[in-house]
Write a protein that binds this ligand. Structure first.
Ligand code: SAM
Length: 559
């Protein structure tokens, strides 16, 4: 038994024995080892859906584990590492979102503050740096990594992150990962994991960096491997920097920002909430926009204002674009606002609160039922007669507004809107900091599939906007196809004109002592797609410049 089938090249000393055994194992494994190796790495072990995601493998890996005699599974994993292991496996097996699963896992393991922080860093760091760690691990394993089995790969990546990305002493990183593997996967895989991680530990992070840099075919691949992003994303980001008026040489800083843990941003709903409690609990006032704060003092659920919904976690980029739409100058009536793609309701809550303060009301539309429910709950703190949530395809919004019963009080059948938010479904490439696994799940094909929908949603929004009304087109992505190219297509339709979106954002940002907007100078956001029309700009926020998600904002006026 043991790690024979798992292909460790082994390292010095005892690791060499693992190397030898690995060789024997491949040719002379006993039946249960062969069964396990097959389940772990080959044939039926790798079921993928059309997008290449691993699916429905839990039963296979569970069979792997249950094939072990109980005596071989000592339950000695420490709770913080076990939490990370379970979450990362849920991401691999069930396409789960780490940011949703992790808080529940932390609660179910009753982790204290310190262990919760450790589990969070281990989970997020492992997922974010997966590309780099796989490049390193492929030097330490003598077969394609995907053939090692999902749980084993999870343990290897976690061990590598502790060795190279966290300040965990090597012996602790090794022993604890091996104990975890022994308890959760079995003693054979744990020997293999021990052998592989010893090889990883033979070089420092810098030495591994040099090694994989030397192997890269070109600069895109170098950045992809050393900054742990898919190569196509590196290429797209480089183009996007240039397309939004920044230097392509900022790419390294951008990729680094994606790999850093973001601080939680808070927003107080205007007229309804107050940041006082959060500030008293250690939050710091936001630098870029009023009514915001940075919070790094642990569980948000401790705050009554958060539990009541009058203070919410919301990226500053989202706050800025919602406020920019709400504050942009507008002639004529200003009572009917629409959020066409509202789920889960972050921007809708801020927009709705701003609308209610001015006596306007908000219709929040969302196509997915359970997300519409989230919008309902986001809007709960608002006056009940100031909004309505509807579930429907945004492309059919003209039909929706033809039914008076679906509209908030004060709006009537066939309502046309004064301010409209179109925060389209997009690749989410601008939020890679917050969704550590997202970069590995996206493909250029996903973007291509979304483009027609994005344009159709904008057109539908324009069809229910009054002449002179404002429409914000927003994506949480800087990708050219979803941003500048869509703006180009929108303008070609001739129904709307592009406004100075950069100025709209600058106007709602806080000011420096000299009176200049904090979104000017080095932090400038505006870019004029047409040099001949310098006052018609789009705006792009960046994680490495503004410490926000890479939110894109284009503000239009209906002709
Ligand atoms: C980027 S998210 C919006 C985020 C939201 N504005 C917020 O701040 O919380 C895009 C939303 O559009 C929804 N969506 C997708 N297709 C849609 C459609 N055809 N009509 C309306 N909403 C749609 C998605 O379900 C998703 O909730």
């Amino acid at each position: 038994m043991s790690g024979e089938n798992f292909g460790g090249r082994g390292g010095r000393g005892s690791n060499k024995r693992a190397t030898n055994r690995a060789g024997q194992g491949r040719s002379g494994a006993n039946k249960s080892d062969r069964t396990r190796a097959g389940a772990a790495g080959q044939g039926g072990g790798s079921r993928r859906n059309a997008k290449g995601h691993e699916r429905n493998r839990r039963s296979l890996d569970q069979r792997q584990k249950s094939a072990l005699a109980p005596g071989q599974r000592r339950r000695t994993a420490d709770p913080a590492r076990l939490t990370a292991f379970e979450v990362i496996n849920a991401v691999s097996f069930d396409d789960a979102y780490a940011n949703l699963v992790l808080p529940k896992a932390i609660r179910s393991h009753r982790l204290d503050h310190r262990d919760a922080a450790f589990a969070t860093e281990l989970t997020y760091g492992t997922l974010r740096n997966q590309g780099t760690y796989d490049a390193i691990l492929s030097h330490c394993v003598d077969r394609p990594l995907e053939k090692t089995g999902t749980q084993i790969l999870t343990a290897l990546r976690m061990g590598t992150h502790q060795l190279l990305g966290m300040r965990v002493p090597a012996h602790a990183a090794l022993n604890s990962t091996v104990a975890l593997a022994r308890a959760e996967i079995g003693s054979g895989p744990s020997s293999f994991i021990n052998a592989v991680l010893r090889r990883v530990s033979e070089r420092s992070a810098e030495e591994w960096n040099d090694l994989i840099t030397a192997e890269a075919k070109d600069d895109h691949q170098r950045l992809a491997l050393t900054k742990s992003h898919p190569t196509w994303v590196v290429r797209a980001f480089r183009q996007a920097l240039a397309a939004h008026g920044r230097s392509a040489s900022e790419i390294e800083a951008l990729l680094d920002a994606d790999n850093a843990a973001p601080v939680v941003n808070l927003v107080e709903l205007p007229g309804l909430g107050s940041l006082d409690e959060a500030l008293a609990q250690g939050a710091e006032k936001g630098e870029l926009v009023e009514g915001s704060a940075y919070y790094s003092s642990g569980d948000l659920g401790r705050l009554e204002s958060v539990r009541s919904g009058s203070v919410r976690a919301q990226d500053v980029g989202s706050q800025l674009v919602a406020r920019a739409l709400a504050s942009a100058p507008l002639d004529g009536s200003d009572l009917a606002w629409l959020d066409l793609c509202a789920g889960p309701g972050g921007k809708a809550a801020l927009l709705g609160a701003l609308a209610a303060e001015r006596g306007a009301s908000l219709l929040a539309n969302e196509s997915v039922k359970h997300r519409a429910k989230l919008v309902e709950s986001s809007l709960k703190p608002l006056p009940a007669d100031s909004y309505k949530v509807v579930t429907g395809d945004g492309r059919q919004i003209a039909k929706t507004v033809s039914k008076a019963a679906l509209l908030p009080a004060g709006m009537s059948e066939g309502q046309l809107f004064d301010r409209v938010m179109v925060d389209v479904p997009c690749s989410g490439l601008g939020a890679l900091r917050r969704r550590p696994e997202a970069r590995w799940r996206k493909s250029p094909r996903d973007i291509a599939e979304l483009l027609p929908l994005q344009k159709q949603l904008f057109d539908a929004a324009a069809s229910v906007t009054r002449s002179g009304g404002l429409i914000a087109y927003v994506t949480c992505s800087p990708h050219m196809a979803e941003t500048q190219n869509i703006v180009h297509d929108i303008l070609a339709g001739g129904e709307v004109e592009l406004l100075d979106s950069g100025e709209a954002l600058r106007a709602v940002a806080l000011k420096n002592e000299d009176g200049a907007s904090r979104l000017s100078g080095e932090r400038e956001v505006a870019f004029a797609p047409d040099e001949k029309k310098p006052q018609q700009t789009t705006a792009q926020l960046w994680p490495h410049v503004h410490a926000t998600d890479a939110m894109f904002f284009a503000l239009f006026r209906k002709k």
